[in-house]
Design a protein around this ligand. Sequence first.
Ligand SMILES: NC(=O)C1=CN([C@@H]2O[C@H](COP(=O)(O)OP(=O)(O)OC[C@H]3O[C@@H](n4cnc5c(N)ncnc54)[C@H](O)[C@@H]3O)[C@@H](O)[C@H]2O)C=CC1
Ligand SMILES: O=C([O-])CC(=O)C(=O)O
Length: 272
Amino acid sequence: MKRIGLLGCGAIGTQIALAIDSGKIPAVLTHVYDNSKDAANILVLKLNTKPEIVENSHLLSSHPVDIVVEAASQDAVKDVGLSVLQNKRDLMIMSVGALLDESIYDILSDACSHFKKTIYLPSGAIAGLDGIKSIKHELESVSITTTKHPRSLKGAKFFETSQIDLDKINSSTVIFEGTAKEAVQLFPANINVAALLSLSGIGSEKTTVKIVADPNTDKNTHHIEAAGKFGKMTFTIENIPDANNPKTSRLAILSAIETLRKYCSDDIQIGT
Ligand SMILES: NC(=O)C1=CN([C@@H]2O[C@H](COP(=O)(O)OP(=O)(O)OC[C@H]3O[C@@H](n4cnc5c(N)ncnc54)[C@H](O)[C@@H]3O)[C@@H](O)[C@H]2O)C=CC1
Ligand SMILES: O=C([O-])CC(=O)C(=O)O
């Protein structure tokens, strides 16, 4: 049975832990960490099989786990990613935006080959990455338009310098247009999907992002358009937001659970 260390006990981390506890993921959750001690304690209370709460994030991979699952923040990836691989553990990353920093990407990618370990990036809150990966050498343009309720965009770095007041938006409004690289820096908890799209396709400078605040939506919608020599692909994913964290879609949680289930099972593997 695989042993899992969990970094981040919020919306995604909690559902992953419950999926392990219920046997849906055939593994044991042995260690957890969250910057918020309360978040870690509340999670452990919900579990039948209690993991140990470690004192800092680096300690997760010093224990004999097979994989560390990051469901915390881009900073957490930058802080512990390398040490997880150096300790010869696999790593699953949800805060994929961190990898659009080329120096972080190169360090982690080199460490994977050096230590013979793998980083897993679940498809998160979107679908279609199998197709994008297959046609990446023939891709000419990729765009993603993400529409969320203003409450799901609150707290983003973007608003520290923008004049836009989310509380005053009363109809669907484009609040950001730019590259994926800019988007993940300005909206670190909202647009990791643009990082997944960039890494699967033509990179973060050529992948374009539009973010729309719509007070009349109750979904997190991602509309992707890709075109090139191969033809054209469009995907629209209308996600139900998580009840505890409206920034995060239910699909992101389920894709994390499915990626881990696959990692922990000897099974037929479907898809590219
Ligand atoms: N790849 C994808 O498609 C998606 C990725 N995400 C990303 O996944 C991550 C987790 O998402 P949620 O669980 O919804 O967030 P959340 O905000 O509900 O939970 C995050 C937890 O991590 C903790 N945390 C934050 N930084 C930390 C650090 N440096 N060290 C230790 N603990 C830390 C927080 O205290 C919090 O309890 C976020 O970065 C989010 O942006 C979310 C949705 C989709
Ligand atoms: O869950 C979503 O809809 C997308 C999201 O927050 C992200 O990509 O960071």
